[in-house]
Design a protein around this ligand. Structure first.
Ligand SMILES: Nc1ncnc2c1ncn2[C@@H]1O[C@H](COP(=O)(O)OP(=O)(O)O)[C@@H](O)[C@H]1O
Ligand SMILES: [Mg+2]
Length: 257
């Protein structure tokens, strides 16, 4: 099986993320356990190919990915570096406090995908195309994301818009995807990593996490960020256990309800 690039094999644009230790404000997002852990740490090393962030709901994955996107110059609600729209200011100021270590390689292209606000990106693509200039839609597969299912539009995006030597930040790309869709995206991400792209993904998908050669960081409820392997990753362990004996879980879950 072809392996995604590994850190240290050359390639990669972003090497490391640290938090400016003087940045803390005593308010969200600086009070989040994961942000405090990042402030105490020597930094998070990113894989030259694919880095996954896993952890329960509310551990701060989206906050981190969004801050990384903002620090890299992407629009906080998603899109490429050319998108500048905002439907609401929900982004934290964390992006301004991140210290990024870049390699000498520069990404040729990039995209920040937020599952929860891709609808707004689609609206912006349509708006920009109405304004004239070089049409954007062809590079998204030719059909407006509004005229595709949510999952189809994601697959269009990673198939057509994403390409070699790009920097891609994805927040829960599986949100709209079927199991088969996740497998298709896994294959495409592996291909992109093999073509010199660097990808950071917050995910709950045990399928995406199977991407060979990727680095996986688990964020605990206490905010600790620890490297883990596929079998140790929370979504993989829990899904495996559940599928092995759903009735055991259901007894608990339904009794509690
Ligand atoms: N704009 C905000 N203001 C205050 N707290 C927030 C805001 N956005 C998120 N949070 C809190 O930060 C925590 C982490 O959120 P998030 O990064 O979205 O988690 P995850 O993506 O890991 O599920 C959550 O507990 C959430 O309630
Ligand atoms: Mg999230």
């Amino acid at each position: 099986m072809r392996r995604a690039r590994r850190a240290g094999e050359g390639g990669g644009f972003l090497r490391e993320v640290r938090l400016n230790p003087e940045a803390s404000t005593g308010r969200y997002p600086y009070t989040l356990p994961v942000v405090r852990a990042l402030a105490r740490s020597e930094g998070l090393a990113l894989d030259a190919g694919v880095t996954f962030l896993v952890g329960d709901n509310g551990t701060g994955k989206s906050t981190l990915v969004e801050a990384l996107a903002v620090a890299c110059g992407f629009n906080a609600e998603g899109g490429s570096q050319n998108f500048r729209f905002a439907t609401r200011a929900s982004e934290s100021s964390l992006g301004d406090s991140l210290l990024l270590t870049w390699s000498e390689r520069k990404p040729r292209t990039g995209f920040f995908l937020r599952a929860e606000s891709y609808y707004n990106v689609a609206t912006e693509i349509e708006r920009l195309d109405k304004e004239g200039g070089r049409p954007l839609l062809p590079s998204y597969g030719g059909v407006s994301p509004h005229e595709r299912s949510h999952g189809e539009s994601f697959i269009d995006l990673v198939t057509h818009r994403f390409g070699p030597h790009g920097l891609y930040l994805l927040d829960e790309p599986e949100a709209a995807l079927s199991v088969r869709g996740c497998m298709a995206v896994l294959a495409r991400l592996a291909e992109l990593a093999g073509q010199g792209s660097q990808i950071v993904v917050a995910t709950h998908s045990p399928i995406l996490l199977a991407l060979p050669g990727a680095t996986i960081y688990g964020i605990s409820d206490e905010g600790a960020i620890e490297r883990t392997d596929y079998d140790g990753a929370l979504p993989v362990r829990l899904t495996r256990d559940f599928l092995a004996a759903p009735e055991r879980y259901l007894r608990h879950l339904l009794d509690e309800a």
